[in-house]
Write a protein that binds this ligand. Structure first.
Ligand code: SIN
Ligand code: CO
Length: 384
């Protein structure tokens, strides 16, 4: 369990002062920081087929990027290369634990925990991200420069590397183990390892208008919704057959807005859309039979803890939680309204003690739901 110290600020003070506004260094945010995994373990993970990873280095002064899985790192030498691995939290619970202290920001805003190893002098080059990130320094030491938001010129240093022109730093620091650098979207930054170094980036996500509209359109098509055609009874004679009249344009826009103005439909879309994972999950579905109701009850009675698969996105909507809806990995599941307290517990917590779950297994709908979820590999008992 990691304890986060936001330089003495409360989480609310941190949000008010820095969140989305300006970058800051949180010295010793994690005191006595110990890496949850080693650089070798990270390198091993990047050899797995389902894990997204990149190598970034320079060859004859030119930036290079290669995508994993990798078989060997021997050609890279001792200096000036970097291995970046996405969603390490999905594969290793001990790494996922590092994102938990940031729970004062809700999970729907989180994306993944990316890790990087940089050999001395290594880094991914100066760039701008479109998301907020907390970069936690692990073992080693890294020099970070962060510039101000502004009109920065971005260019492709390599087809897979969007870099930014040289910038004037507003932060110029060396981070040592346990230090954290918070960077909101839009601030150019560049981190160079001073010695071989591990970093952990807790990254966030949000969506542009077009991504939301695209997601909504997919939802409407999939659920056969918003199929009503625009009606223009009461039309007046037009003298300009080539024109799309202002009144017509208004009506078309209104028709589009009507498709979005159904609050219930919008909530269901938001639940499904926001619970979709962008990265693979380490799901291990159970064999065909899975648990029986009796086996499940016996395990809970023995006091076995129930764990949620790390990286699984699972939410309820405050506005409709009394209805019993739960959104798991992009799907809406309907449970009876009375089950709302346990739904909330399952969405809010990475693990649940058996005595929290036990009272609810009297509800047949809950036990069927739980068995189904465990059989799919979304929740699991650690030692069972
Ligand atoms: C890295 O860890 O090498 C890159 C992190 C970042 O700049 O976003
Ligand atoms: Co970055």
């Amino acid at each position: 369990m990691y304890t986060l110290d936001l330089s003495g600020l409360t989480p609310q003070q941190f949000l008010d002062t820095y969140w989305q506004k300006k970058p800051t260094v949180i010295r010793q945010g994690f005191k006595g920081f110990q890496d949850p995994i080693s650089a070798d373990e990270l390198a091993g993970l990047a050899c797995e087929e389902l894990v997204e990873s990149r190598l970034v280095y320079k060859k004859a002064g030119e930036w290079q990027a290669e995508f994993g899985p990798f078989e060997s790192y021997e050609h890279l030498g001792e200096r000036e290369w970097s291995l970046v691995v996405q969603a390490v939290d999905h594969w290793l619970p001990q790494v996922a634990a590092l994102a938990e202290p940031f729970n004062f920001i809700p999970n729907w805003r989180k994306d993944d925990l990316m890790m990087s190893f940089a050999a001395s002098g290594g880094g991914v080059g100066p760039h701008i991200d479109l998301y907020d990130v907390f970069i936690i320094q692990g073992s080693g030491k890294r020099h970070w420069r962060v510039g101000d938001r502004g009109d920065h010129n971005e260019f492709a240093a390599h087809e897979a590397l969007l870099h930014v022109d040289e910038f004037e730093p507003i932060i110029d620091v060396e981070l040592t183990p346990g230090d954290i650098l918070y960077i909101p979207p839009g601030f150019p930054h560049d981190g160079k390892a001073l010695v071989a170094s591990l970093s952990y980036s807790v990254g966030f996500r949000t969506n542009s208008g077009y991504e939301l509209i695209e997601g909504l359109a997919d939802y409407l098509a999939e659920h056969n919704q918003a199929k009503t055609l625009m009606i223009d009874a009461g039309r007046l004679v037009s003298n300009h057959p080539g024109a799309i009249g202002s009144q017509d344009l208004k009506q078309i826009k209104q028709h589009l807005l009507n498709a979005m103005s159904d609050d219930e439909l919008f909530s269901r879309f938001a639940g499904e859309f926001l619970s979709q994972s962008k990265h693979d999950l380490d799901v291990a579905p159970m064999d065909e039979q899975g648990y029986s109701k009796e086996e499940l009850m016996a395990l809970l009675q023995q006091g076995v803890t129930l764990f949620r698969l790390d990286g699984l996105r699972c939410f309820y909507l405050e506005s409709s939680m009394m209805s019993g809806s739960i959104y798991v990995d992009g799907s809406e599941l309907k449970l009876p309204a009375g089950l709302q307290p346990i739904i909330q517990q399952m969405c809010d917590n990475r693990s649940l003690a058996a005595d929290v779950v036990l009272p609810w297994i009297e509800y047949p709908e809950y036990i069927s739901f739980l068995i189904e979820q465990i059989n799919q590999g979304h929740w699991y008992f650690a030692d069972a």
